[in-house]
Design a protein around this ligand. Structure first.
Ligand code: AHR
Ligand code: AHR
Length: 511
């Protein structure tokens, strides 16, 4: 965490300190860091956001699950990415428009499924409009062609008198949808892709596609397909696509069965953002595009253990408190790195590695739902550059396949007290994950700024870090609200329980 805040090691394992100066603004927080992702995978679409066979009164007249919609609305996601993910590498959008009875059922090779195409572009747009989401479409750069991509852009965005714009009208939609965000493929580097490719070949193709797409609609924002931010792919692709794209996408999933490896995994994501931002700076210099504007789009992130929740079986991971702490740490990363991140999309919206699980008769809000909702509700505005004193984690780091082992060496300062802060108008909110499994940490607070007396507090905690919310016990882990006073916290500090997530909210006095 070399950028975003300064950290020094505490003298012992149970004390720390946080210095907050409301004038030390790092950057504006882009609201789009709270975005989401809907893929035709498992039960995300069918049985997740919609249910066309509902017989339990849980859908509206369009087949949208209303209980899911209500839970999603609290997550306040500005943008939703669609239709994949791996799925988009073989998706032909024309299969999913027009009269539903004529839509072909297709073999689907990303998740070895069958796709009915009963939910397609117009249904997605309708759902987005109902939910207040801005759509973000990912193009098929696997089996798809540039012609097909241009046709999709025309269908969505053109108000001209041309074939695909008229096809949209024929399908019942007069006005263009004006889709702003378009992804140039997904994880093309992955061996699991229908058409895996080299960085060099991908960059060449994406350059041509970008040029053509912007000729058709110069108002769109294009997202390059990067890797993790710390992969050789990113060196090549950032160089070749600088100036052609508006955002550079990276993906990472963290998880481990070991508590500490699980909760410290997001340190690798933080380094990934920092590294790829510098690669983009380097590309601006070496390719002579100093004014190119390009930010990081972390359009898939989450805690995911594919051994517990395999992709081919719908990836329905049941999350525990440890996972919720990891998700809170992920969100702290996006706040601290607000300068460089312009969008982040939690993967995925419903059922598939999601904070929300459905059954035919109801939903469960998983442990990971709560930190997301608290962040999305309160951590907006401006990110602050804090100074944190904390015990450091000195053990090994690792992702689910051992791939993040470098994080301890490269990151070097993994604080157990993982903190970020946001000032939004008159509120200051401080988000704190105490990642210590063993110790409560008593933290002193020093403030620069004057505050009103009342302090609101939300805490997510249980004695048992493996506690989960399930259909039988849906409220096992939920945040508790309490309050304190500014005088109390500024004089005595605040003790963060071991393995807990806490949000403290202060109100600024009028200056
Ligand atoms: O979100 C699940 C999958 O993870 C996505 O389809 C893919 O892009 C990534 O590998
Ligand atoms: O992290 C990559 C994901 O892991 C792939 O999308 C999926 O196929 C695998 O399970």
């Amino acid at each position: 965490m070399s950028e975003g805040q300064t950290i020094v090691e505490s003298a012992d394992n149970s004390s720390g300190a946080v210095k907050v100066d409301v004038d030390r603004v790092l950057a504006d927080i882009n609201d789009n860091i709270y975005s989401g992702f809907v893929e035709h995978m498992g039960r995300c679409v069918y049985g997740g956001i919609i249910d066309y066979e509902d017989s339990n009164g849980l859908t509206n007249d369009r087949g949208h699950r209303t209980d899911v919609a209500e839970a999603l609305k609290k997550m306040k996601m500005p943008v939703v990415r669609y239709p994949g993910g791996n799925f988009c590498a073989q998706y032909h959008w024309l299969d999913g428009v027009g009269p539903k009875e004529n839509r072909p059922r297709r073999v689907e090779l990303a998740w070895l499924n069958e796709e009915s195409n009963q939910f397609g572009t117009d249904e997605f747009m309708e759902w987005c409009e109902e939910m207040g989401y801005e759509p973000y479409l990912c193009l098929n750069m696997g089996t798809g062609t540039l012609d097909e991509a241009l046709a999709w852009l025309e269908y969505c965005n053109s108000d001209g008198n041309t074939y695909y714009a008229n096809l949209r009208r024929k399908n019942g939609r007069e006005k263009p949808y004006n889709v702003k965000y378009w992804g140039l493929g997904n994880e093309i580097w992955g061996p699991w892709q229908v058409e895996q490719d080299t960085a060099e070949h991908y960059a060449k193709k994406a350059y041509q596609w970008a040029k053509a797409l912007k000729l058709l609609d110069s108002s769109i924002q294009l997202v390059a397909c990067g890797c993790t931010g710390f992969d050789k792919w990113d060196i090549e692709v950032s160089q070749k696509l600088i100036g052609m794209v508006d955002m550079y996408s990276i993906h990472l999933y963290t998880s481990n069965t070991d508590y500490y490896k699980n909760v410290t995994g997001p340190a690798a994501a933080e380094r990934g953002i920092q590294i790829v931002s510098k690669l983009l700076d380097l590309a601006k210099i070496t390719e002579n595009k100093p004014n190119a504007s390009v930010k990081v789009c972390f359009d898939e992130w989450n805690v995911w253990d594919p051994a517990k929740a395999p992709g081919q079986h719908g990836a329905e991971q049941i999350y525990d408190l440890t996972d919720a702490l990891a998700v809170a740490s992920w969100l702290n990363v996006f706040i601290r790195q607000a300068r460089d991140v312009s969008m982040a999309n939690i993967a995925q919206a419903v059922n598939v590695i999601s904070p929300i699980l459905t059954s035919k008769t109801g939903i469960v809000l998983q442990t990971t739902y709560y930190p997301f909702v608290l962040f999305s509700e309160h951590m907006r505005g401006k990110s602050l550059n804090l100074h944190v004193t904390s015990p450091l984690y000195k053990g090994p780091t690792e992702g689910f396949e051992g791939e993040l082992h470098w994080a301890q060496g490269v990151e070097s300062q993994i604080a157990l007290l993982d903190v970020s802060a946001a000032v939004n108008d008159k509120t200051l909110t401080v988000a704190v994950v105490n990642r210590s499994l063993e110790n409560d940490i008593a933290a002193k607070f020093a403030f620069d700024g004057s505050f009103k007396s009342d302090v609101k507090i939300w805490t997510l905690y249980d004695d048992d870090v493996s506690k989960k919310n399930t259909f039988d016990s849906p409220n096992a882990v939920v945040p508790k609200e309490s309050s304190s006073s500014f005088a109390q916290i500024s004089s005595s500090g605040y003790t963060f329980q071991k393995h807990s997530f806490t949000m403290l909210q202060f109100t600024l006095e009028n200056k």
